[in-house]
Design a protein around this ligand. Structure first.
Ligand code: SF4
Length: 320
């Protein structure tokens, strides 16, 4: 068996925003524009970047909640890029999503245990007694033993996120895409949910794509980290290496915005000038050039390719 649970090759997701007089799409938001990465079995890959950089769209496209415009998504050796809905259901047994707003993802009129029983039914567990028992186990697993006969409003935000995690675990997934799973929670609760996710990962051998704008959380959670800017991955490295020796000028600026991460060559706070350019017409050459202090003429003419600059450390920048 390959060590990789997920491989994403040159993934693109464009959203049409303008048609010509013949009704043909002529302008697109290039939300994800040629992204490559992989996740190994049992690994947590963090995906960071400013809001609007394409992180969440990447997660949703990998899950096929959005149709990819181009590229390949390979899950456990199987190309799922163009799988039809019926066949996708068997993939969803192994790949699940936990997202930011736990309240929005729970039906307020349904007891939480019943909602999870429905998921189990859809995935083929026909015996009611088995479903009840599985729900009981899942609630115990996420620290909510005996709470399955309540409605969503009877829980706190952190507890609701535990329920969403229980629901994701119901079908025994191997990979969970966590999209800002703690951003909507109080800081005191965040640590509990993060530790629960790590504990479940270790106990059940899960892999995560962990999407977050919170660098501290990503550093704590991740084995490797990918940095995204305007639809592209600009740097990817083991977490410790990336936070110690960030190489791409954007990663340097991003990390320098958090006081605890200003180390070595990155001691001063670097202020990112200007706005993030429009993903409809991104800059030529390097997309970061309009905000980069090191930009040269070459940067506006040639798009930098991703290069290996150290052990498992890859950067796309003409400085390397
Ligand atoms: Fe800056 Fe040029 Fe590197 Fe882009 S390629 S990050 S503009 S130095």
């Amino acid at each position: 068996m390959s060590a990789k649970i997920l491989e994403v090759k040159y993934l693109k997701k464009y959203f049409p925003v303008k048609k010509n007089m013949f009704g043909k799409d002529v302008e697109f938001v290039k939300a994800v524009d040629g992204v490559d990465f992989h996740i190994e079995h049992g690994e947590i890959l963090g995906l960071v970047g400013e809001s609007g950089c394409g992180k969440s769209t990447t997660g949703r496209t990998v899950l096929r909640l959005l149709e990819p415009t181009e590229g390949k998504i390979i899950f456990e050796g199987q190309d799922i890029t163009h799988l039809k809905k019926k066949k996708l259901r068997s993939v969803y047994k192994h790949m699940q999503l936990v997202f930011q707003d736990p309240f929005a993802s729970l039906n307020p009129r349904k007891k939480v245990g019943k909602a999870i029983e429905e998921v189990l039914f859809v995935h083929g567990m026909k015996s009611e007694a088995q479903r009840r028992e599985r729900v009981r186990q899942l609630f115990a697993m996420v620290g909510l033993k005996g709470e399955e006969d309540k409605y969503p409003h009877e829980f706190s935000g952190g507890q609701r996120q535990r329920i969403v995690i229980a629901r994701a675990l119901a079908v025994n997934p191997k990979l969970i895409i966590c999209d800002e799973p703690v951003s909507a929670l109080d800081v005191s609760i965040q640590a509990q949910i993060i530790n629960l996710l790590i504990d479940l990962k270790n106990r059940l051998g899960l892999s995560y794509l962990f999407i977050s704008h919170d660098l501290r959380v990503v550093k704590y959670m991740s084995d490797r980290v990918a940095v995204m800017y305007l639809g592209k991955i600009v740097e990817i490295a083991p977490a410790e290496e990336l936070f110690k020796n960030p190489a791409h000028p954007y990663s340097l600026a991003l990390l320098s915005s958090v006081s605890g991460f200003r180390t070595g060559k990155n001691k001063k706070r670097l202020i990112l000038e200007g706005e993030v350019p429009s993903p409809v017409s991104p800059p030529s050459g390097c997309r970061f050039r309009t905000r980069c202090n090191y930009a040269t003429e070459q940067c506006s003419e040639i798009e930098p390719q991703i290069k290996c600059v150290g052990s498992n450390h890859f950067v796309s920048c003409h400085l390397y």
